[in-house]
Design a protein around this ligand. Structure first.
Ligand SMILES: [Zn+2]
Length: 464
């Protein structure tokens, strides 16, 4: 029996126990953004440490200014041509709200039968606990079937991915020598569809801004001041309305600097994927693409920049009514960036755009949150081909090279701080309801994902 077949057989035989381990992890409500869950985040970090230590990794949870960082080292250097990999994932999850839309409690994972197969349902089942556990379980299978990993593996599992990864940059900087490897493997991405694996090669960047408009020095009675008093909600609403024109084009000056047109070959490849734009929108109860006119939905999510208002806060929002003209109104705004768009220049341009629209008797403040540029992954390295072949072997069809509408800032950090390229392989599906109620991960994603990682590890070792 070939080595890889023994490893794959170990995965198949251990599937129930492997699922039980994932369920244990999903039961820990490691919501990183909420201080009430700090102890849960520490518990999740320790759980991951215990798993990896149990596999013979030298594993520990390191304190940071925020949630702890799990670092583990396993396997051994195998000499030239066999890369040492750094695997990255995150154990923290998004808040489960709104709770009343969950069919069962978010932190009580369960296996659900559906027409298309079984699903693991729970917060973090896909993002990112299920995803990163596929790699951990692949390591387990290699170790149980052969006694060791065929490559050197460093595992980095952070706990602040869903809340801005504040500690990550400084941590990478402070542990450069410990964390540097030949190649990073990042698992926070998806498949093209249930049957077709993918490697993500384009990632949009992200810029986050908060705008606070202040008008009067205090909240006012609309009977006494309504009319002459400026309402900051109206000021803000006008600014927000100005951000796009009727064709969906963003009006912030110089916003499109660094955005290039899609390569014709890539455009053709994407067209051939037969993407069902109608179905994509229908899944979320919509039917009319609202992005830039004249752009396909795939282009709109993979290769075009966006501006979105994520929240507006102002005035009285409690029960009943209150005749108030508020003193302040604020909005949280995010931009998805592509190509060579410079997030810091766009931040300045956006702030200028807002300031130009603030009346003289009002003031505006800005709070800058994250800012990360878009990334295009270098596909020319031989490891990419080995990963792609491993995926094709598991799924019986070639991997699609695709874009990703989301942001995975870690890929940029790995490149800048550690000088490492990343290969982005994940087994999530678009309908996983990531960040939404009733999040799920397909059992087939979990099982084939684990098997695919086992093959990738073997392929990188050159042993398959
Ligand atoms: Zn997430």
């Amino acid at each position: 029996m070939a080595t890889i077949d023994k490893v794959l057989a170990a995965i198949d035989a251990d599937l129930d126990a492997s699922l039980a381990r994932l369920f244990e992890l999903v039961r820990i409500p490691s919501v990183s953004t909420d201080p009430a869950h700090d102890a849960d985040c520490r518990r999740a970090a320790q759980w991951v440490v215990d798993q990896l230590a149990g596999l013979g990794f030298e594993a520990s949870a390191r304190d940071t200014g925020g949630q702890p960082m799990v670092v583990a080292h396993g396997g051994a250097a195998r000499g030239p041509g066999v890369p040492h990999v750094l695997f990255y994932g995150h154990y923290d999850v998004q808040p489960a709200d709104p709770l009343d839309l969950w069919e069962t409690p978010p932190f009580e994972p369960r296996l659900v039968e559906t027409a298309t197969g079984r699903q693991i349902v729970g917060r973090g089942a896909s993002d990112d606990k299920g995803q990163f556990m596929t790699f951990v379980e692949a390591c387990r299978a290699w170790i149980s079937a052969t006694g060791n990993l065929p490559i050197a593996v460093t595992v980095l599992i952070e706990g602040e991915e869903e809340s801005g990864s504040r500690s990550l940059g400084p941590f990478l900087e402070a542990h450069k020598d410990e964390l540097r490897a030949d190649l990073a493997l990042v698992c926070d991405t998806g498949m093209w569809n249930r049957e077709t694996p993918a490697i993500t090669t384009m990632l949009r960047g992200l810029l986050l801004e908060e705008v606070i408009v202040t008008a009067a020095s205090r909240d006012l009675h609309s009977g006494m001041f309504g009319g002459p008093a400026r309402n900051p909600i109206r000021v803000l609403a006008r600014i927000i309305a100005d951000l796009h024109d009727e064709t969906g084009r963003i009006q912030v000056p110089d916003f499109y600097d660094g955005v290039s047109e899609l390569d014709e070959d890539v455009r053709r490849q994407w067209q051939e994927l037969g993407f069902d734009a109608g179905g994509f929108l229908a899944d979320v109860g919509l039917s009319i693409p609202a992005g830039e006119a004249g752009r396909s939905v795939l282009e709109q999510i993979w290769s075009r920049p966006t501006c979105d208002v994520n929240g507006i806060i102002g005035g009285y929002t409690g029960e009943g009514t209150k005749t108030v003209i508020p003193s302040r109104a604020s909005a949280k705004i995010s931009f998805r960036l592509v190509g060579d768009q410079d997030p810091l220049r766009i931040r300045e341009s956006f702030r200028g755009f807002v300031r130009d629209r603030i009346p003289a008797d009002c003031s505006v403040e800005f709070i800058g949150h994250g800012a990360s540029p878009a990334l295009t992954v270098d596909m020319s390295r031989p490891e990419f081909a080995r990963c792609a072949e491993a995926l094709a072997a598991e799924f019986g069809r070639p991997a699609v090279m695709m874009g990703c509408g989301g942001s995975i800032p870690i890929v940029g950090d790995f490149k800048r701080t550690l000088g490492m390229e990343s290969v982005l392989i994940g087994f999530g599906l678009d309908d996983d309801r990531v960040h939404s109620p009733n999040e799920k991960y397909e059992l087939s994603s979990y099982h084939h994902g684990t098997r695919a990682w086992a093959r990738v590890i073997g392929a990188l070792a050159g042993s398959v």
